[in-house]
Design a protein around this ligand. Structure first.
Ligand code: TEU
Ligand code: CA
Length: 524
């Protein structure tokens, strides 16, 4: 495993700071709270933490509207709190990644305040300003990913500005070298501070069409999908010029040694893999979101794994994501039993896994009453189901009421379910114990950390594949159905089963029975 760099050997753990641990009773998670939980994060067996944005922000999009790129929002703490958290994490052997949000700033960022102040302000061209269309309306038909037009009228200067998300999140003009230099300075500030890398927000959206051409209609649009799906994003995503920007970010990180560049990219695999760069000079980990929306059956998952793994260029390192702060939790998508199978899948596929906080205890989506909704994606599109609050509810640390040990105050979102870290850690059959066993097994097995993957197959509702390295070979079988099934195997012994009592069971050459909802890792 020595030839791998650290992020290739790692399991990354996403922390949504607002919901992880509150230390001062305001019902909002913060940096001292996270720091107080780092020993438990390290004990889980992960290797790196990725913090969603913690910068000064009006919180219109809960931190993804940045008003200062090189500071910490007081609601989370101070730069010194961050330094202490990072030093504590490093002392525990945990790497620390920040969320870099370069596509847009907050409307309250000083850059935008200057840019909007007048048409001839030196920062006017740091953002995307356009004259109205001949009829006085928006310059073109581009839609916001949060609903409505992506253009906001500014009467003071008689132009519109573009915002891919909220009007409070004006898009920066990444064709402007001054913007690129300013953002490079931001990366360097945090790299000098000692962070180990970045997850880059909406990397695939940074460049928009130079001529601002209308997006064509989406012939496959289905009523009920998000509004912006009415259009193909032909001129507002995945533009060819973006790859030069990715190369430039990579070059900056390379000056600092082994720092990881992760890109948030919602694209089909063929386009996604372009972000590695032709010769690996792009992103280390273009996030692979294929498991977020895959239909949960053996045939579909076998195809998904095969298609992704075989599409990767030689130099590219795979990665897999099962959940994040923008999508329904995996236990709510596939059910509690299959969430155990999903844990085995995530931690035995080839490449770097990213684990979303709370999934390790099988947290399900919170039920958010109308008056509790906070997410603008829901507030702006009520009833659309676009709301992301359900997957952002506070971490459940213990069974104390009313707030599961998250806060002594009123949490910003309701606690989702009854389970907790405390309830589960003494229970060998709990989801938490399963994740701990899996993470420990993964760390100890070169076949899982750096081995090849092959013999990917689906037989009925059973998905199987093998991982191998040197003289070690593992056979993984996942029963995604609700009936017991026979699976053909070589002789071996089960190193782990989601059914705790079955760990150690002997597999014979030929047919072996695996239970409904069981996943096994067999040394063969
Ligand atoms: O998300 C990008 C994005 O497109 C998501 O909004 C996603 O497509 C949608 O929520 C449904 O999956 C990033 C951040 O992760 C998200 O939290 C921010 O709201 C958004 O960018 C704007 O910064
Ligand atoms: Ca707090």
């Amino acid at each position: 495993m020595s030839k791998l760099v650290w992020w290739q050997r790692s399991v990354i753990y996403q922390i949504y700071p607002r919901s992880f641990q509150d230390s001062n009773g305001d019902g909002i998670g913060d940096l001292p709270g996270i720091r107080a939980r780092l020993d438990e994060v390290a004990a889980l067996g992960v290797d790196a933490i990725w913090l969603s944005p913690i910068y000064p922000s009006p919180m219109a999009d809960f931190g993804y509207d940045v008003a200062h790129y090189c500071d910490i929002d007081p609601i989370f703490g101070t730069l010194d709190d961050f330094k202490q958290l990072m030093d504590h994490a490093h002392a525990l052997g945990l790497k620390v990644l920040l969320d870099f949000v370069p596509n847009h700033s907050s409307e309250r960022h000083p850059w935008f305040v200057q840019s909007r102040s007048s048409r001839d302000n030196p920062k006017r061209d740091w953002y995307l300003w356009r004259d109205p269309a001949p009829d006085g309306g928006p310059p073109n038909n581009w839609l916001s990913r949060m609903g409505g037009s992506a253009w906001e009228w500014d009467a003071a200067t008689g132009q519109y500005y573009y915002h891919a998300f909220l009007r409070e999140q004006p898009d920066l003009n990444w064709r402007n070298p001054q913007v690129r230099r300013a953002m490079d300075d931001v990366l360097r500030f945090w790299l000098d501070y000692g962070v180990d890398g970045f997850r880059v927000d909406v990397l695939w959206l940074l460049i928009k069409d130079a001529w601002f051409r209308d997006n064509p209609p989406n012939p496959a649009y289905v009523a009920g999908e998000p509004e912006h799906h009415r259009q193909l994003q032909t001129y507002t995503e995945d533009q060819p010029e973006v790859h030069e920007i990715v190369r430039s970010m990579r070059a900056t990180l390379n000056e600092y040694g082994e720092r990881v560049l992760i890109g948030e990219i919602y694209l089909p695999v063929a386009q996604l893999i372009q972000y590695y760069g032709a010769n690996g000079e792009g992103a280390d980990m273009p996030f692979n979101f294929q498991l977020l929306n895959a239909r949960w059956n053996a045939a579909e998952l076998a195809a998904t794994i095969r298609d992704y793994d075989s599409a990767l260029p030689e130099h590219a390192w795979p990665n897999w994501v099962l959940g994040n702060h923008d999508n329904p939790r995996v236990a709510s998508r596939v059910g509690n039993a299959q969430a155990r199978v999903a844990a085995v899948l995530l931690l035995t596929l080839r490449g770097t896994p990213t684990l979303y906080y709370g999934d390790e205890i099988g947290m399900t989506d919170g039920v958010i009453a109308a008056h509790e909704v906070r997410d603008p994606a829901e507030l702006r599109q009520p009833g659309s189901g676009q709301g992301r609050d359900p997957e952002r509810t506070p971490m459940q640390w213990d069974s104390s009421l009313p707030n599961a040990g998250f806060s002594s105050g009123q949490p910003w979102l309701p606690i989702a379910t009854a389970t907790s870290v405390c309830d589960q850690q003494g229970d060998p059959s709990s989801m938490l114990s399963l994740y701990r066993r899996l993470l420990s097994l993964r760390r100890r097995n070169a076949a899982l950390v750096q081995g090849a993957i092959g013999n990917i197959a689906a037989d009925g509702q059973v998905l199987t594949y093998e991982r191998w390295f040197a003289d070690q070979r593992l056979f993984i079988a996942l029963n995604m159905g609700d009936a017991d099934a026979d699976v053909q195997s070589r002789p071996g012994v089960a190193l782990l089963s989601t059914l705790t009592a079955r760990t150690g069971v002997v597999f014979v050459a030929g047919a072996n029975r695996i239970a409904a909802g069981e996943a096994v890792i067999v040394a063969v």
